[in-house]
Design a protein around this ligand. Sequence first.
Ligand SMILES: [Zn+2]
Length: 375
Amino acid sequence: MTQTPSPLSNLQSPYKCLNCGRLQPLAFTGWKCPVCGGLLGLADAPVFDPARVDARAPGVWRYRHTFPLPPDLEPLSLGEGGTPLLAVTFQQRTVFFKHEGQNPTGSFKDRGMAVLFAVLKHVGVRAALEDSSGNAGAAFAGYAARAGIAARVLVPASASGPKRRQIEAYGAELVAIEGTRAQVAEAARAEAESGGVYGSHVFNPLGLAGNATCAFEIFERLGRAPEAVLLPVGHGTLLLGLHRGFKALYAAGHIERLPKLIGVQAMPCAPLWAVHTYGREGLGWVTEGQTVAEGIRVLNPARGDFVMSAVSESGGALLAVEEETILPGRDALARLGFYVEPTCGVVWAALPKVLANTSGDVVVILTGTGLKSAL
Ligand SMILES: [Zn+2]
């Protein structure tokens, strides 16, 4: 396979502690800075060069030159990315929907997992663990199967049946944990502390480079930057990936401004919206309440501060919608031909507000398929 060398500088040390700034090598398999315990980010600034897009490469490896990886690393793909961007007329406006549910395991998470598992395989990891309420666990298990890496996936006992079955079908060991989503994440970190390789879609930043490809596809399809991109947010890893991608396009002079990133949460669990709206005091009354939007039911988003600054740098916003609007929103999207998971239903009540405050192109990202939902 033809491999395009990356123009990036830290190919052997892609991880950078966001607290103390120390770099970690590609072979590093911890989930946080070994010196100060800080969160890891990517060392290199994002790049994009249309001349280096490789149309023959599989899946997101089309944008391999934007990944901070050495040229001898073998791509790993299930054909992720390349999802359609479809125009719909809504309230006398053209709205573009990007259906990430059409990815191989059914959600946008495949973009990041393709990059993460290529690296885990490259550095010789034999077994890895993840915690996920569903989609990330399914993507993790699917790409682990493709890589020949043993997967262990911790999920809340309440996670929906079809997602659990999908994870097990890929051959992963599924561990159901009683308790909240936050307690499941805690259990995974405890396992990682005792030596497990934690291939977390939240703590490992490599997935953000994969998620950035979503921005490149929007740009290539529209031939310009949209005014706003609307999407559900829980941990915010897709929003951060989009920010990375659009920053690369901006830095290279392909777009004149960053699209406004608008994250939507469900009111019963909306910590990012609370901080955006009320400041730090807003966190005081945020709960992990019950919601059908289980994919974004995240009380403590680990990269929350970075999500807030990405939204603010883009001139965007964080919105929260009432629980009663979510399933009707899912149904309304289905009437347009988009069969999405209940989590995606949050965008529907938010869309009129976004249209009222914009005049240019609006892209709505539908993060996962409806085929896994029992609701
Ligand atoms: Zn550090």
